[in-house]
Design a protein. Structure first.
Length: 449
């Protein structure tokens, strides 16, 4: 890898951005780190600057003033607003897709069109602009019902329910929507870094969307995650890259909207084979906190290579042995109206001296300088250890060391995986093998079978 010194600007203020800052700060090539606007956590390892993250001109002005070499855009909203286009237009390297390519997350309908054109396996779906169309689609696919807001919804724009009335109520509040068939099987999150041609996979992870233990309650932005997946079938990452990531990137390139940045594929390993649940166009939260804790490659150099079209020079990414877990602490009331202002105290809040660290997602300092809750998801407690069991034990011990009476967390992040209770159906394995065989026949490589 090259050893160019890098001055890096991270756009955003949440847990994902704090995790990115921690990983970037560990890259010896990153000599200056700025977060805009950042949070109390990022302030301990970077310099925070105020900025309107959705204003392309404001971001460019800040990047120029600070003589930034690489801009890393965390959240989806500035990407959809065209911030990456403006930064690149100013001649500054930027990790993050154009507004046109970011439609992959901003519009479920666009994502379905791209997948259909690229031959990417996904759930059957119907686009609905009226409640009458929603009713017809619900009846067509049957229960469990899956209804998704067509636009950005910060990870909370979907309902999965057996209750038809609840599905209709959700749809009524966010038309137009996409109604999909329900996908069985365990879910997987896979991130891929790409420069529009080359793509490098990160370690797969699994996150927990429901607010309560045992996957109960409403969907959230994510209550925790772990990586890697001890139950994942052999060759899973290669299969995802070959059947999902690479065809999607190629199709966007054919459309004249090359994808430069982080493509996040949310997938289900169903009885019918691999299926895409959703695409995001940025690092996912909270999986990023766990995945980057396990990364051993220098992140700044990797992201700069992607942003400058040189990713093929990087080679495979390196990973630390063992497992990483993140447990999210959310404010009481989340994902509804969170209780803000609750005081937070305890070790590791503004630093780390062992295998555990705390990522700030929704924190602030009050007038007296106390750390308080300032959002729905407030903290992420991250542990990396030799095994998933050890990582879980260390993460929850650190959670219990905190004094944060207005916060709560799930107590079962990674528990089923630790107990060996997650399995992939034999039907998935058969269908996956068959899909690979058909692909090889089409490419003239069936002789290997």
């Amino acid at each position: 890898m090259h050893t160019q010194q890098l001055s890096v600007l991270i756009i955003g203020s949440g847990g994902r951005e704090h995790a990115l800052a921690l990983a970037l700060a560990g890259d010896p090539a990153v000599t200056r780190l700025i977060c805009a606007p950042g949070n109390p956590g990022t302030a301990t390892i970077a310099t925070n600057y105020p900025v309107n993250i959705n204003d392309p001109r404001a971001v460019v002005t800040l990047a120029r003033r600070l003589r930034i070499d690489l801009v890393v855009i965390g959240p989806e909203a500035p990407l959809v607003a065209g911030v990456a286009d403006a930064v690149r237009g100013a001649g500054i390297a930027c990790f993050g897709p154009s507004a046109a390519a970011a439609r992959l997350e901003a519009s479920k309908v666009f994502a379905k069109e791209v997948m259909a054109a690229a031959g990417v396996p996904t759930a059957r779906s119907r686009y609905c602009e009226t409640l009458a169309e929603v009713e017809q689609a619900l009846d067509h696919f049957g229960a469990p019902h899956v209804v998704k807001d067509d636009g950005l919804a910060a990870g909370k724009g979907v309902i999965v329910t057996d209750d038809r009335a609840a599905a209709l109520e959700h749809a009524a509040g966010c038309l137009p929507v996409v109604v999909e068939e329900y996908l069985d099987g365990p879910e997987v999150s896979l991130f891929a870094i790409t420069d529009g041609l080359t793509a490098l996979p990160l370690q797969p992870a699994q996150d927990f969307k429901r607010v309560g233990d045992g996957d109960t309650g409403p969907n959230t932005g994510g209550m925790g995650a772990y990586t890697p997946l001890p139950w994942a079938p052999p060759g899973l990452v290669d299969e995802i890259m070959e059947s999902v990531v690479e065809p999607t990137i190629a199709e966007l390139g054919r459309r004249g909207t090359p994808f430069v940045g982080l493509l996040y594929a949310g997938l289900a390993l169903t009885s019918k084979g691999l299926r895409v649940v959703e695409f995001n166009v940025r690092f996912g939260d909270p999986e990023t906190q766990a995945v980057l804790a396990a990364l051993d490659s220098p992140l700044g150099q990797v992201l700069h290579a992607a942003a400058t079209g040189n990713l093929e020079e990087i080679g495979e990414l390196a990973w630390k042995p063992g497992s990483a877990v993140v447990v999210v602490l959310a404010a009481d009331g989340y994902p509804g109206t969170p209780e803000l202002g609750g005081a937070i105290a305890g070790p590791r809040l503004l630093g780390s001296d062992d295998n555990v660290h705390v990522v700030h997602a929704g924190t602030a300092l009050d007038a007296g300088g106390r750390l308080v809750a300032a959002g729905g998801r407030v903290l992420g407690v991250v542990a990396h250890a030799s095994s998933l069991s050890r990582a879980r034990t260390d993460a929850y011990a650190a959670v219990d060391d905190l004094h944060a009476p207005s916060l709560f967390c799930r107590r079962d992040i990674g528990a089923k995986a630790e107990r060996g209770e997650i399995s992939v159906s034999d039907a998935y394995r058969v269908n996956s093998t068959l899909t690979q065989y058909i692909g090889d026949v089409a490419e003239g490589d069936a002789g290997e079978w």
